[in-house]
Design a protein around this ligand. Sequence first.
Ligand code: AHG
Ligand code: MN
Ligand code: MN
Ligand code: MN
Length: 335
Amino acid sequence: SETAAINTNIVTLTRFLTEEQTKHKEATGDFTLLCHALQFSFKAISHYIRRATLVNLTGLAGQSNATGDDQKKLDVIGNDLFIAAMRSSGKCALLVSEEEEEVIYFKDQGGARYAVACDPIDGSSNLDAGVSVGTIFGIHKLEDGSMGTKEDILKPGSELLAAGFTMYGASAQLVITMRGGTVNGFTLDNSFGEFILTHPDMRIPKARAIYSVNEGNSHYWEDNTKEYFSALKLPQGSGKPYSARYIGSMVADAYRTLLYGGIFAYPADKKSPKGKLRILYECAPMAMVFENAGGQAVDSKMNRMLDVVPEHIHDRSGIFLGSYDEVEKVKQFHK
Ligand code: AHG
Ligand code: MN
Ligand code: MN
Ligand code: MN
């Protein structure tokens, strides 16, 4: 019958967060309120990205950021939207953003107990071509007694309280995980203005013959990295070589890898000895998502990504991220 087709028990992100909160007896509700502010920023960024070409929001903002990237107009708007959402939540003590050279301290926040790292628009070089981009975030809880200092966020990813990202693709897809928890995916239903649980308990396939790397850097790769990727190009046990997929937005390459399996890599190389991707708001949050989904994430020295401690807020790292067995293969070539 028609009614059977209607799901009347819709799990929105708002409901999901409420249900999660009830699992923690000591919860104050502050984390839930912080996540409500987060989800609003994703809805707002999604709105402006989808209208960018209509309202002249594509193109460069005319300045560059602390990591040397030329800022796009949407980098700046996404950053401003995110900062406003965090400040007005009253629950964020300090914020690190790719687009801010220094830590932003929200001084007038009484009991704020969270430190947030974010990449407001990831993959922004793809924006003018209408290719999927995203927002990446990581949430740390302040040390007891801390009023919020840089040390509260210069932590290994293993201490993240929560992490995730939103990819602005055919739909806006939000993926979020808590330390030691499952990975859950939500799809923005624009008619409700709500993120709806569509991918409960995401698990990355154990292996998949797909690799995702910018081959344009291969001249600068270390020999063991060259050998690893060359090996993937030979016919495997299946009789076929790996398939190559590279979008150039980490969030989109990561989301595909999370769903289909395979390996994503941005290796450190002779051109970028420390790698390109930033630890606090790209590598660590993604590493937590992938580990909680049954995958792995390591840096170019094969250290577990979640054990890496950044010295400065914009520190970079090489990264291999993906299916459990695929990262094992990376280790075989790089040990
Ligand atoms: P951002 O747009 O936030 O600066 O990040 C861009 C990153 C990441 O999204 C992507 O994986 C990588 O840059 C692509 O780098 P290349 O263009 O060098 O492949
Ligand atoms: Mn950038
Ligand atoms: Mn990025
Ligand atoms: Mn960015």
